[in-house]
Ligand binder design. Structure first.
Ligand code: G4P
Length: 526
């Protein structure tokens, strides 16, 4: 296949939602349409159940599932569609933020009864920062939920999105009759359990058409007519350019479990969703149609078998063609490296591939060469931006519990940090190590994996910290003064960058006031 054809037919996206809104169910139905799986239930939920905080076997099992479902590729209407999976558990939110750097668009799933929930807000914020095009799918219309207009108000207010409904529900819960698809001007009648047939799809270009009344009843038809009249007045018309700029979000309604409204969503997605987009590197913008290859690592997954310490690094291809057994520059290590068994994840089967194109995500076997954010190129020293570490929310001292195994502990910690499981800070004053995470679950995972994969034991001790702030300044004298006055609060991150460990919001405010020449950042990329 020519590279330009391959670029044009790739659609790489992520599905995001608050846990339980229906992300896994929707993913599965999309894969069924693409023929990537044959039976429902083939995609296992990758969520770590909230009750499982101390169930380590569950964590291990989930890790296994999440390797298999990291990328799910399928073909639909001559396009290759790559769904990148995002962890459902909020303690792993940073994993999701990073995965969002590798997609070109997203679908947000919202539960019609629960409306916009906290995790959805956080994830959509990250997408908005990057102007990622967003389609909204309101799920579970087979249940009673919020009024559609109220819900869209909530989406606009809480998520800061401008919405444009492309389908509209006819009733909900017990009274759910179907949706009117404004994108394709069709009435689609609801049948539970995916039993919909061609006869349930009725083309209606004029809302006064009597078939509307005949199929959903006069009262529901009239309600639909008046709601649609209002919808066209209140919401902007669909504008593909605005969607592609991340300024307008089409909305669909449906019920994933009943496979209802999913095909309409997919058909619209393939019409409007962007192919591989340009990516910013520190040096320049990199366009997918460039001849020279480049890509970045956004996720690293450790092998679950402790006897085989290799890992899979997930590479998003940004430009050019990636070829098997070809030397590429590992920019951070400044050395050439080639891959004998790069894998793709087509149809949920792992296969070794000879080449891959922009938009594709491939798995590279790694024996410890990669960190999250690493760049591979044909030779140019590029550094892709937008894969920052965020300040953790929770901090604990990590202590070696077995003095004979300190080498194993250090190696284990190093590798787990490279995977992006958590962040390690080393205090300047006494060399004590602090681990920072987004959620409490990661501490359990770290302890468990250190023991089972590296034979090292550790304990955690409380430390009272509010934020880790990366510091920068062009004023060398000011930095010297700051370092000497704040020595006890300073640490180095895994890359040797200076970090101010603020004890409280107040301490941070004081530091900012007393050292106006110093900039404090909540991410390591600014
Ligand atoms: P998630 O990945 O976003 O966390 O959600 P998931 O798809 O696992 O769905 C969460 C629950 O919501 C599941 O029920 C699923 O069956 C249900 N669900 C998904 N779509 C719909 C829908 O359109 N209508 C209704 N009524 N329910 C829906 P569960 O009982 O938690 O799990 P399971 O035992 O059914 O697997």
């Amino acid at each position: 296949m020519s590279a330009s054809k391959a670029i044009n037919n790739r659609r790489t996206f992520g599905i995001i939602s608050h846990p339980d809104a229906g992300k896994t169910t929707l993913t599965e139905k999309l894969l069924l349409f693409g023929g990537a799986i044959q039976v429902a239930g083939a995609v296992k939920s990758n969520k770590i159940k909230r009750t499982a905080t101390s169930d380590f076997m569950e964590i291990e099992r989930q890790r296994g599932i999440s390797v298999a479902t990291s990328v799910m590729a399928f073909e639909y209407r001559d396009l290759q569609i790559n769904i990148l999976d995002t962890p459902g558990h909020q303690d792993f939110a940073e994993d999701t933020y990073r995965t969002l750097t590798a997609v070109d668009s997203v679908i947000v799933v919202i539960d019609v009864a629960k409306g916009v929930e906290s995790q959805t807000e956080k994830l959509v914020n990250v997408c908005r920062m990057r102007n990622t095009p967003i389609i909204v799918f309101i799920n579970k219309l087979d249940r009673e939920g919020q009024d559609a207009i109220d819900l869209l108000d909530e989406v606009e207010q809480k998520l800061g999105l401008n919405v444009c409904p492309l389908s509209w529900p006819v009733g909900m819960g017990q009274r759910f009759k179907g949706v009117f698809n404004m994108f394709e001007e069709k009435l689609v009648l609801f049948q539970p359990h995916g039993k919909q047939t061609e006869a349930d799809i009725i083309e209606i270009t004029d809302l006064s058409d009597e078939r509307l009344d005949k199929n959903v009843g006069k009262a529901a038809a009239d309600e639909l007519r008046s709601e649609l009249e209002m919808v066209t007045e209140v919401y902007p018309a669909f504008d593909k350019e605005a969607y592609l700029k991340g300024q307008l979000s089409p909305v669909f309604f449906g019920s994933a479990i009943n496979n209802f409204g999913v095909k309409e969503l997919l058909d619209c997605f393939v019409e409007i969703a962007p192919g591989p987009l340009a990516r910013s590197a520190e040096e320049r913008e990199v366009r997918p149609e460039e001849d020279v290859f480049s890509g970045f690592i956004f996720k690293i997954h450790a092998n679950m078998d402790p006897k085989h310490r290799d890992r899979i690094a997930f590479l998003r291809i940004c430009s050019g063609t990636f070829n098997r057994n070809t030397n590429y520059l590992h920019v951070r290590q400044n050395r050439k490296i080639k891959f004998a068994n790069p894998t793709s994840f087509m149809a949920s089967k792992k296969t070794v591939i000879d080449e891959a194109y922009p938009g594709d995500v491939i798995g590279l076997y790694d024996s410890g060469n990669f960190k999250i954010g690493d760049t591979l190129t044909d030779g140019e020293a590029l550094h892709f931006k937008g894969i920052p570490s965020f300040s953790p929310e929770l901090f604990r001292y990590v202590e070696n519990a077995d003095p004979l195994k300190s080498k194993q502990l250090n190696k284990g910690l190093d590798q787990l940090m490279d995977e992006g499981l958590a962040q390690l800070f080393t205090m300047e004053l006494n060399g004590r190590k602090i681990i920072g995470t987004v959620g409490a679950l990661q501490f359990d995972v770290i302890q468990y994996r250190l023991l089972h994969e590296y034979g090292a034991s550790c304990t955690f001790e409380p430390v009272n910290l509010y934020k880790a702030c990366w510091v920068s300044t062009s004023d060398k004298e000011a930095l010297k003064a700051f370092v000497s006055r704040r020595k006890k609060d300073l640490a180095k991150d895994k890359n040797g960058n200076l970090v101010y460990m603020a004890e409280s919001a107040w301490a941070l405010k004081m530091a900012q006031e007393n050292h106006p020449e110093i900039q404090f950042h909540f991410t390591d990329e600014w």
